[in-house]
Write a protein that binds this ligand. Structure first.
Ligand code: 13P
Length: 341
């Protein structure tokens, strides 16, 4: 079991590769479809996922894809179940197993992520269906007074319980304590809070006997809040993020897979690139992007099959640029060159 976990975790952060997060819940996906003028609903959610998963020429940059429960049980139009479609391409199927962030009792405006009840049984079913890794996202809001220690503790505890259950089932947990990039905070405050959160998360992971070699960490980058005025340059974001991670993430963890968190596609790519150019680090420095990989494809597609090839080209383009950034070999020229190729 231990060896299987190590192998899966290492494969997910193989050279030049990272993860596509296509695990938006139905509600979130519908919101994104609507925003792109697509009629929301099950069929369009399925069609978008088929568009992404059948795009050729991305497996060189994508090691695994995180699915949502509905998607995990859906198939291509010609009947191939999505998890099998991915396996056939050498892409590891993953599954989001939390059931969302809910108000935390007694903590005004803060949340704790739910989904532990019945998780052992659900994990066994997902493993049976081909899932070899999972995701759970804790959400930490940042402002003058938040997060509370209570909120950090509740989320860290739940993340560790989830991670231990995953490993018992042979599934690699992606542990995601997301300090939100929304807000008016400075980059100093983001670095401070990200450090506090990571410290608590690793305390809980150790206390709950999680095998650090058989997990991946999915953190935010350290940035100033989107409403916080001027953003520091990419170098500073990269330096602060790496400094914070080096201080708080044990070297036993095989990989860091960043979330994109609403940064522009190019910012998410450039910052990952700069961090990889600053390597080597104790762990692989990779990605698990949702919006950062899919947003351009969705707005190009707009639910129209005539736009399918153009939308797939957009996704392939972002996957290649992000894969290059994973190696520290991205250059802004690629934005034009790759798209034209
Ligand atoms: P974004 O890259 O869009 O932030 O999504 C990643 C993710 O899976 C958040 O849980």
């Amino acid at each position: 079991m231990t060896e299987e976990l190590r192998q899966t975790a290492t494969a997910l952060v193989a050279e030049g590769k990272g993860i596509l997060a296509a695990d938006e819940s139905n509600g979130t996906m519908d919101k994104r479809l609507k925003a792109a003028d697509v009629e929301p609903g099950e069929e369009m959610r399925r069609a978008l996922r088929e568009l992404l998963f059948t795009t050729e020429g991305v497996a060189e940059a994508i090691s695994g894809i995180i699915l949502y429960d509905e998607t995990f049980h859906q198939s291509t139009a010609d009947g191939t179940p999505f998890p099998r479609l991915l396996e056939d391409q050498g892409v590891v199927p993953g599954i989001k197993v939390d059931t969302g962030a809910k108000p935390l009792a007694g903590a005004d405006g803060e949340t704790v992520t739910e989904g532990l009840d019945g998780l052992r049984e659900r994990l066994a079913e997902y493993y049976e269906g081909g899932a070899r890794f999972a995701k759970w996202r804790g959400v930490i809001t940042l402002d003058e007074h938040r997060p509370s220690r209570y909120c950090v503790h509740a989320n860290a505890h739940a993340l560790a319980r989830y991670a231990a259950l995953c490993q018992e089932a042979g599934i690699v947990p992606i542990v995601e304590p997301e300090v939100l990039m929304e807000g008016e905070h400075t980059i100093d405050r983001s670095e401070e809070v990200t450090g506090i959160v990571l410290e608590k998360v690793f305390d809980e992971l150790r206390a709950q006997r999680v095998l650090l070699e058989g997990m991946l960490l999915k953190p935010n980058m350290v940035v100033a809040g989107y409403a916080g005025g001027e953003q520091p340059g990419h170098e500073e974001v990269a330096e602060r993020t790496l400094r914070c991670l080096r201080r708080h993430v044990p070297a036993a963890v095989p990989g860091i897979v960043f979330l994109s968190g609403g940064q522009s596609d190019e910012d998410a790519t450039v910052r990952l690139n700069v961090m990889n150019q600053m390597g080597p680090q104790p762990w692989e420095v990779s990605f698990s992007y949702g919006r950062g990989l899919q947003a351009a494809a969705l707005t190009t597609w707009r639910g129209d099959s005539d736009n399918l090839a153009a939308a797939q080209a957009q996704y392939r383009h972002r996957a290649r640029c992000t894969g290059a950034a994973r190696r520290g070999e991205y250059s802004p020229d690629m934005e034009r060159e790759l798209l034209a190729s």
